[in-house]
Design a protein around this ligand. Structure first.
Ligand code: DQA
Length: 148
């Protein structure tokens, strides 16, 4: 089973960017962490980060027929992007939305998520641990659908 972990704008700046909110670990640390989480549950991990909305839409479309589950932190695009929502709906791949910070406890504009209209689960405010929860959830669900 193949899981694609997508990271939106400015997540390549993890470790430098507002460490009091996002922590001191880097994007490379995140890639290592999610790869290990996928390996632990017998899944192959693809990772993708972009600061560009269209590139994220293209990557989601390219996942069609190839990827079994998507973990996405759309970062700032969470709160604005109908295009990313539509791409996820188009490919219809099971998706979990993850945020490192607790977006509900922050500015009001961060309370809105377009991606949540498609994602079957949303995990907020758990840091890297949220990605593990998302990967475990998807691998359980995908395994179950193979049995049924
Ligand atoms: C974020 C929260 C977003 O509001 C913000 O724009 C980000 C990161 C998070 O992981 O907490 O870039 O998605």
């Amino acid at each position: 089973m193949r899981i694609l972990v997508i990271s939106g704008p400015n997540l390549n700046m993890l470790g430098i960017r507002e460490p009091e909110i996002y922590g001191k670990s880097t994007y490379l640390d995140l890639v290592t962490y999610v790869t290990d989480c996928c390996t632990a549950v017998g899944c192959v991990c693809d990772t993708f980060q972009s600061n560009h909305e269209g590139a994220i839409v293209d990557r989601i479309q390219a996942a069609y027929g190839v990827v079994d589950g998507i973990v996405i932190n759309p970062a700032a695009y969470t709160h604005t992007s109908v295009a990313i929502l539509d791409a996820l709906k188009a490919v219809a791949i099971p998706t979990v939305e993850v945020h490192l910070s607790d977006v509900d406890a922050r500015e009001e504009f961060r309370h809105i998520s377009y991606v949540s209209l498609y994602a079957e689960k949303v995990i907020k405010g758990k840091g890297f641990e949220g990605y593990k929860e998302a990967i475990d959830y998807l691998s359980d669900k995908l395994r179950q659908s193979v049995i049924e």
